[in-house]
Write a protein that binds this ligand. Structure first.
Ligand code: PHB
Length: 390
């Protein structure tokens, strides 16, 4: 008798809990973030997640009457781990939206987003083809092509003639090299050699020595965020390339705001084409940088914007759907969305689901005692060149 009551009671409790959970789940929008919090690109995860959390602190955790729940998973910078984590988030946690990071991770998760029919907001990857891997992908980060094609054209028009390329040897690096080379050679420039450096724990010294021996006027460099720009800058000086008068150019990654405070004056004058500088002169950015520094004690870099704007995209899409979490409804709401980001005006291309944004030419200068990328020319509403049919 007692046993029967206990069992009956147990069932009653279990039913009540399931019912309660179901009601709660309907009122909650679950966002699964799969980001690289440890491993060689841990500093990338730190920036993007810090910014996503800051957005929620600033805008509250209720949108269109629904509670927003962020569930963070560390992919350890390994795509297979990312895939397993995303699968668990979809099947067990029943997330409505995924927010993902670096290129190999975004690629690994793409088929899962397609199958589950849920948006995959790409907050870090800069490789063109990623958005084509699933109709449920929307990108809030950037592409290397957006920046490097403009850098190549600018370099050819501004006296750079003989270039050696040093690139990190993985997809975004290959894209940086290809898009820069195409634009630079079309403008009459010459590439002397392209040197490929391993992604993990790179030692740039032998590559810098080889580059110096080739006697170029300019070095074009792509290294990913996550501390590599700081290491590169140090070895550039140690190998005497600054003293040899070799100019340094690249996409914004090589003068990463995360690493700028540790760089020496040897970096003064370095010109890059980038979509975000912590010194971007707008009220929106001043507010963003101040809030970010206050919350975390370090500068936001270009990686952070993908997380901040990714959350904005999700919040605004939910407002448009009136809290409907259906994947197709959210995708329709996201396509064509425009807003002012701390980086400047941005929009989601309704055709390609890729980001359209300004690219700025910047020069490293000392401002109030610290090094910053000071913007001096703007190319407006730049699309990923990989999507432009010609
Ligand atoms: C990428 O995952 O494509 C990526 C990551 C960090 C960068 C650039 C590209 O700095």
């Amino acid at each position: 008798m007692l046993r029967q009551v206990l069992v009956a009671g147990g069932i009653a409790i279990a039913t009540a809990l399931t019912g309660g959970e179901a009601a709660w789940a309907q009122d909650t929008v679950k966002i699964g973030l799969v980001q690289s919090m440890t491993g060689p690109l841990a500093a990338v995860g730190r920036q993007v997640v810090s910014a996503a959390k800051l957005y929620m602190q600033q805008h509250g955790d209720t949108v269109a009457g629904k509670k927003i729940q962020l569930i963070l998973r560390d992919d350890t910078t390994v795509p297979d781990v990312a895939k397993r984590l995303a699968q668990e988030l979809i099947v067990n946690e029943k997330v409505h939206i995924l927010g993902v990071g670096i290129t190999p991770v975004a690629m690994a998760i793409a088929p899962l987003a397609t199958e589950a029919k849920i948006p995959e907001v790409v907050m870090v990857s800069g490789t063109s083809v990623v958005t084509e891997r699933s109709p449920y992908i929307v990108r809030t980060s950037f592409t290397l092509g957006q920046q490097c094609a403009i850098m190549g054209d600018w370099a050819a028009k501004n006296g750079h003639k003989k270039v050696v390329i040093i690139q990190s040897d993985w997809a975004p690096g290959h894209e940086a090299t290809a898009t820069f080379t195409k634009a630079f050679t079309a403008g009459g420039g010459q590439i002397l050699e392209t040197l490929k450096v391993p992604l993990a724990n790179p030692d740039f010294a032998p590559f810098l020595q080889r580059a110096k021996d080739l006697n170029p006027d300019t070095l074009f460099v792509f290294v990913p965020a996550g501390g590599q720009a700081g290491t590169f800058a140090k070895q550039f000086v140690e190998r005497g390339l600054d003293k040899a008068g070799i100019k340094l150019i690249g996409p914004g990654d090589v003068t990463d705001d995360d690493d700028m405070p540790t760089m020496s004056d040897a970096m003064l004058g370095v010109v890059t084409a980038g979509f975000y500088s912590a010194s971007h002169n707008s009220p929106k950015n001043k507010e963003y940088v101040a809030a970010f520094k206050k919350a975390y004690g370090f500068r936001p870099n270009f990686i952070s914007l993908g997380g901040y704007d990714g959350m904005h995209l999700i919040y605004e899409a939910l407002k448009k759907t009136g809290g409907n979490t259906n994947g197709d409804a959210l995708l329709a709401a996201m396509k064509g969305m425009k807003w002012e980001s701390p980086r400047g005006p941005i929009q989601i291309d309704p055709e390609t689901r890729d980001i359209i944004q300004n690219i700025y030419i910047r020069r490293v200068e000392r401002v109030d005692g610290e090094l910053y990328n000071q913007e001096f020319a703007t190319f407006e509403a730049v699309k990923d060149p990989g999507k432009i049919k010609n």
